[in-house]
Design a protein around this ligand. Sequence first.
Ligand SMILES: [Zn+2]
Length: 487
Amino acid sequence: MSRWVLLVALLHASSAAAERRVTVEVPPAPVDSLASISHVIVLDRCAGGCTVTKASPNNARMMQSSIPQGAGPFQLEEFRNAMGQTGAAADADWAKLVTCVREVYSQFDVVVTETRPAEGTYHLALVAGTPGQVGLGSDILGIAPLAGDCSAQDNAISFTFANAHNGGDRTNNLCWTVAQESAHAFGLDHQFMFTDGASTCMDPTTYQAQCGGQRFFRDKTASCGEFAARDCKCGKVQNSHKKLLSVFGPGQTVIAPPTATITFPQPGGAFPAVVAAQAGSQRGVFRADLLLNGSPWASSPGQTFTLTGQANPSTYMINMPGNVPDGITDIVVRACDDLGECTDSAPVTVTKGAPCQSAETCAPHQTCEAGRCSWAPPVGELGESCEYAQFCKSNQCVETTDGKFCSEGCTPEETPGTCPEDLVCAESRPGQGLCVPAGGGGCCSVTTSGEPWAAAVLACLVALRLGRRRTSFAGVRTLSAERDESC
Ligand SMILES: [Zn+2]
């Protein structure tokens, strides 16, 4: 069977210009080159100009690419800054871009460098010139090879036509293109919408421009597509963070965890109806939880990402649940990013009514100590039997026909699945699921921290998908495994 390599063009200017997508047939890369992927991404601004020759297979070291249209050779003009300047005058803008790309890839075991290694292969991200200089139409901002089987390609060249990026938030726009084009070479498709319905506009694999700022590869599962949802090229859905983890393994991130500070109430103040906090992160806050005496009681989704990204910090107003028992209460706001990196605010202590005297006035399963009603710290692992949500480390206790189990969200159509061994992803609503024990019957009611005394009943469209195996995301995935689970 012949394998096709698709060339996917990107246009994502802030203006609503016409889109163009290019598909070019080239022979498959030799299997040997797919066995191991270099962990080096070289950013090249083409100082003094670059010469690219048209050849197949792609060869970064030899400056050979199948992408240019025409006979060539092709001359790419040096990177220009926003003022149209080259050389030393453009150093500052170039340095900002290098920093941005380094940050975006820092979750992964990848070195982003401006220096070509003396030995071995690498990914070459050319960040220079205009599309016309390689025979492409002026509406293309970047282009890269994407393997038909979504495997990572070694030694490939991606193109970011820097000198066609004009106006707006230029560093973040360039960073978006470099991240998307290089990611195509590593096997990533365009993402359209996360399975929770949110736009992918804060992920560099997107075409969506209704939000901006610095885009990071998100640990959220998405449908694919450019301007409408479609199945991904290899599997129904894609998680850009997990896909890159599967290629490179984890790295040393340079992105700090979120910050969180309670601004209301004041210590010793009246018991509040609403808790206000400031929380933020360079990659954004995706959830702010309200913790009372150590356990979560309520949660707020992350603030909206705007054209400049998510405000850092943003204001969070979380309603105090009405069924909090009387007693001394330590209030904490916990801010988490999409990777599950969380930071707790300093506690603010207030008292509701009078300090508790015994567990009788506390919530079920709580104890009363030193005037405070509290649950024991969570110990329940996924799949473990539970009676209430706060027992579970995941803060979700799911009732199935076989009993109640600690659970967490998953995506039924994600391959490989994210539930631990021995658990399967049961669909709980269209496109979303919960990890439950294999053979555990139907799931129907879930207790979460917002409803500690009464099970919240979810509409359940249960379809247990048995036999799914979890695949480790660490390390380089073998070619055979990749093919087995994708196209
Ligand atoms: Zn693209």
